[in-house]
Design a binder for this molecule. Structure first.
Ligand SMILES: Nc1ncnc2c1ncn2[C@@H]1O[C@H](COP(=O)(O)OP(=O)(O)OP(=O)(O)O)[C@@H](O)[C@H]1O
Ligand SMILES: [Mg+2]
Length: 260
C-alpha cells in the first residue's frame, strides 16, 4: 500500500501542495484527477522522490525517504508528464534505459515491452522521429521493463504514470488502460494522473480529486465523480450519466471494466 499524509511542497517560494493526503492499494488502478495546476504532477513527483516535501510517504510500510534510490528503482517506475530526449537515441536504447534496475533481464525484454505497447518493429527507429503518441508509448515501454513482474521480493511493484494516455488515440488509450489494468490484476500497484474522466470512471477503483494543492475527495469513482464535485473542481457545469439532448453525437468506449 502507498500512503501519503500531510504532504506539503513549495516551489519557487510558493506553496503548491498544502497538506495533501493520498492512498493507493496494489491490485487496482488509483487515479489522480483535478484541474490544470492543482498539483497532480507535484504530488506524483513527491511520491517518487523527485522533489523535496514535508510529510510522510510510505510504500508498503517503508518510509520512502529512507529507502535508497537504487532500491526504490527496483520497486517502482515512473512515467513523467513530459520527457525531452536531447540526443539521437534509438527506441531500443530508450527502452533499455529501464533495464538498469533489473540486472538479469533477458535480452528480449525490451522488444517484449515494445510489442506490449503496440510498437513491435520500432527498435531501430530514432526516438525523436516518432510521433507524439508513439514517443509516449515508447516511454511507457521503458517504464514497463523496469518493473516487468508486478510482484517482486519486496512485495508489489508500482507504476507511477503522469497522464499515460494524454496524447493517444482512443484505440491506443484503451490498449494502455488495459495494460495498466492487467498489471494491477497480476498484483502490481498503478497510480495514474488522468484528465479523461470517462476512462478514469471505467478503469479505476479509487479516484483522488486534487484542488488547489489538497485532495478534496478520494474514493470509488461513483463517490468522487459527482455533479457537485466535478462542477466545483473544473468550474463548469458537468453532469454524470446524462446524455446530451438529440441530435448531439457523443461516444464512449463501450466495454466492461476488465479488472480492478
Ligand atoms: N518547477 C516549478 N516552479 C514553480 N512553480 C511550479 C513548478 N512546477 C509546478 N509549479 C506550479 O505548481 C502548481 C502545480 O503544478 P503541477 O504541475 O503539479 O500541476 P498539475 O495538476 O499537474 O497540472 P496539469 O494538469 O496542467 O499537468 C502550478 O501552479 C505550477 O505553476
Ligand atoms: Mg501535470
Amino acid at each position: 500500500m502507498l500512503q501519503a499524509s500531510d504532504i506539503r511542497v513549495s516551489l519557487a517560494g510558493a506553496p503548491v501542495l498544502n497538506g495533501a493526503a493520498f492512498a493507493a492499494e496494489a491490485g487496482q488502478i488509483t487515479a489522480i484527477v483535478g484541474p490544470n495546476g492543482s498539483g497532480k504532477t507535484t504530488l506524483l513527483r513527491a511520491m517518487t522522490q523527485d522533489l523535496p516535501y514535508d510529510g510522510t510517504i510510505t510504500l508498503d510500510r517503508d518510509d520512502i525517504a529512507r529507502v535508497p534510490a537504487w532500491k526504490l528503482a527496483t520497486r517502482r517506475a515512473v512515467l513523467p508528464q513530459a520527457s525531452r530526449i536531447a540526443f539521437p537515441f534509438t527506441v531500443l536504447e530508450i527502452v533499455r534505459l529501464g533495464l538498469t534496475a533489473q540486472g538479469d533481464a533477458p535480452e528480449t525484454r525490451a522488444s517484449d515491452a515494445l510489442a506490449r505497447v503496440g510498437l513491435a518493429g520500432f527498435e531501430g527507429r530514432f526516438f525523436q522521429e516518432l510521433s507524439g503518441g508513439e514517443q509516449q508509448r515508447a516511454q511507457l515501454a521503458r517504464v514497463l521493463v523496469q518493473v516487468w513482474e508486478p510482484v517482486g521480493p519486496d512485495g508489489p511493484r508500482w507504476l507511477f504514470l503522469d497522464e499515460p494516455v494524454a496524447s493517444l488515440d482512443i484505440g491506443h488509450q484503451l490498449e494502455v488502460m488495459d495494460l495498466m489494468a492487467d498489471y494491477a490484476a497480476r498484483g502490481g500497484g498503478v497510480v495514474a494522473v488522468m484528465h479523461d474522466l470517462n476512462l478514469t470512471a471505467i478503469y479505476s477503483a479509487s479516484v483522488a480529486m486534487l484542488l488547489a494543492g489538497r485532495v478534496v475527495a478520494q474514493g470509488a469513482p461513483a463517490e468522487v465523480l459527482t455533479d457537485a464535485t466535478l462542477s466545483r473542481a473544473y468550474g463548469c457545469d458537468l453532469r454524470v450519466n446524462a446524455a446530451p439532448p438529440p441530435p448531439a453525437t457523443f461516444l464512449l468506449p463501450h466495454m466492461a471494466r476488465r479488472a480492478g
